[in-house]
Ligand binder design. Sequence first.
Ligand SMILES: *Cc1c(COP(=O)(O)O)cnc(C)c1O
Length: 244
Amino acid sequence: MSTVDRKAELAANLAEVEARIAAACRAAGRARDEVKLIAITKTFPAADAALLADLGVTDVGENRDQEAGPKVAEVAELRPEADLRWHMVGRLQRNKARSVVEWAQEVQSLDSARLADALAKAVRTARDAGKREEPLDVLIQASLDDDPERGGCPLDELGALAERVTHTGELRLRGLMAVAPLGADPAEAFERLARAGERLRKDHPNAAEVSAGMSHDLEQAITHGSTCVRVGTALLGGRGLASP
Ligand SMILES: *Cc1c(COP(=O)(O)O)cnc(C)c1O
């Protein structure tokens, strides 16, 4: 497909997603600017992320460090003037922490004390090397299905992990992230997440972000208080069967 055609396709998809978000906000009595859109560009080329930036997208997300590192660098070459904010939303091994802090402004998938410590150490190292100045924004990924395979911190352990995160001094706790359980009612799960967010904010008032909702369930997530939807397929198209 030509770049012009792809740009038109992405523009149409973006308009549709924007309309869905706006309608869900209206229905929930919420302001549109309470909900941020992150375009999840995993498996799609840097050129697509560049086109999305041209179309006004400001937040972009990836789920694999190996793919994202080179892609972020490529987008920076394609659009040196674009001011994109990159979010890591996928499962993260501790040995990738050093690499992730070089491209991500925010990690949404922090789900263990060991990972918090590894990320904090990586931020310190990057800062000492002059590669970054700011602390790293993080969301704690909460498990809504208690399935260890899918990642996430159990809801009753969020408080302890939040303490650990803030005590590192290198990580800024911004809120919670979750993926709806497979084969269950997402609305009920998003409601549990919203209540966990309220409990967290008693001790961490700045942890206001609730990242929930993807292509197929963003309406329910917005109804139940999401402040951040992560949309891949509805913006960029299908990823095929082999891709997560
Ligand atoms: C891939 C992915 C998304 C986007 O999913 P779509 O269904 O394609 O919108 C959102 N969040 C996470 C953590 C993902 O890995």
